[in-house]
Design a protein around this ligand. Sequence first.
Ligand SMILES: [Zn+2]
Length: 439
Amino acid sequence: MVAILGMTAPAFATDDFSGRDKLKAHSQEFRKRVEKVTEGVYTAIGYSASNVTLIQAEGGSIVVDTSANPVDAKAIVEAFGDRMSHPVRAIIYTHNHPDHTGGATVFAGDDKPEIYSHKLLVTAKPDTGRGRRDGGDAFGTALPDDQFINAGTQLEYGRVTPHTREGFLPPTQTFDGDEESLTIAGVPIQLILTPGEADENISVWLPDRKVLIAGDVFLKTFPNIAPLRGLPTRPVEKWVASLDRLLALNPGYVVPGHMGTISGADEAKDALTAYRDGIKFVYDKTMEGISKGKTPDELVQEIKLPAELAQHPYLQEYYGTVAWAVRGIYSQNAGWFDGNPTHIFPLTEKERATKLVAMAGGTAKMLESAEASLSAGQFQWAAEQADYVLALEPQNGAATTVKIRALRELGERQMNATARNYYLTVANHLRDTQRHQSK
Ligand SMILES: [Zn+2]
């Protein structure tokens, strides 16, 4: 089987593994280190799924986000070393996601710090997503090390240490409006509601030091506006407004929720502007397409970022993609129906498969065609034909094998981590199921 895999692929786009190479290079973003953002502000990167920032204050420390779990949090405390003085006077959660809130007990210790968040965090629903189908998992938690590259915004998501939330502490101080100005242990701090990846996301602004700690409203990847794992489309208009708000601060330093920090007002402005413009472009073009009666499939083909945005390092499609954003924005604003009356009450998958397999001359012919497509490098079409056979014969071993091979080929050509992880996890699941059945 291995011999068949590489042998027949033709020498055009299907041999292009440059996406995978870019995704591998992207793992550099998550190498373990403590970055000095500016005097008195340090960020631990790569010790956990998300960043933890230490602010040195009068008579103690302030911690922004707490990593995924107590194990990671302990490693971060160790990495901060004597830069972190006790007591910890305050912990600030940028948002509710478990990779940011799971290690608070370790930072708090016996110090009894106040714990700050937006009020929305208290009622935020857990970001659980849909139930897994065929093992499908966008974070790659079940992939073996030799198949796993990264999870787009992090090296691992629950692969080594799970996100149990055992180290979560509930907020003791919440605010309700758009922003809150505080002085904590002598440090002036502004908490600004900046929804994006999460409704309750706040950005932490240190006006004296020009430091912006943005949470997940700003990341070094095209944002995951409509995630594969089955979540509602993120509030896109609010996301754009949040970035406008952050740009107006004119930060000198930016700490994102994941990956490396930015130093310098020009670089900060360039990155925040590109991020804002990228999201806004896709939103505007999708809304324009909706008003013209275009379908999501048409818009996915048409909407491409302009060259200067497409090449921007903060808009590479490691985590989200433009195509999924278009589909998400479409359904968020125009619903599920694409306007073609054929799609009001479509055939069931099984009815369609029955008719197409009959047209092809039966299951064996359809399989022959699927295998030929695989050999010709038409992996998507091979998977679709395998699905027609499997819709009629869910246990068909040859069709399952075609599907497994097609998913692997598709996965290995992805630069998007969540797509790669999903393809490869399902391929492994189908292979394991097949082995189990043949025993
Ligand atoms: Zn995050």
